[in-house]
Design a protein around this ligand. Sequence first.
Ligand SMILES: [Zn+2]
Length: 274
Amino acid sequence: MKILIAADMEGITGVTNWDQVDPNHSEYARFRRLMTHDINAAIRGAGDAGADNILVTDGHDRGTNILIEELDPRAHLICGDFSPLAMIQGIDQGVNGVIFVGYHARAGSQNGILDHTWSSRRVANLWLNDILVGEYGLNGAVAGHFGIPVLMLTGDQTACAQASELLGNIETVVVKTALSRMAAECLPPPVTQDLIQNAAKRAVKGLINGQAPKPFTVTVPVQVTIDFNTSEQADQAAIFPGSRRLDGRRLTITADDMLAAYLAFQAAVALVSL
Ligand SMILES: [Zn+2]
């Protein structure tokens, strides 16, 4: 039983502002430790349930946030960048289920801590076909491309609600209740770690018992539509081969499958300056 824990940082216990997830800020050292502890709780739960092979992927910023020296030794860590599967690197390595830890609401959400989709200064909205998605949906669809279900997500109440609406009957752990974009009522780490451990145990047990949610699959070919923050950014991305400009800020790309769509999305966004 092989589980991938794909981690981001904005939805980690206690995180409410950008300083806390910025490697150049003094607050960051505390929150990368808390990130590691949230992940360790998920590893314990997955391990308790019978996962004997656990991969952790560090998906925030440059992928160098998790403290390997404090990571539960049952897991292997995929870290650093660039890797083609980015936030969900490892999904093609014979994984049976995915757990998202530290995820956040999609760009433009109300009461979502640090809500954004991939790049807060570049992407205003992202659609897969006609489905408005955040990173939970984008990465969840890549998992679905490989036939793998998302089992669980941790983050604030809005991230959990958006993921449940799209991905079905997954386990969710609300580690904080967002009161705005940068304020939340936060549960303390010992409490969230218990919640995460128990949810991960239930999630992996459910998978073992054949009760996992269905993989999230999008119909192919996949229409990736990006609404950039500015018309200038859409101008820059419009050199992407085969893309079609819809209006001032929106560009659309048709991809043969979800893996190609993921790579095209990353490439189009990489063309854009801040
Ligand atoms: Zn993110």
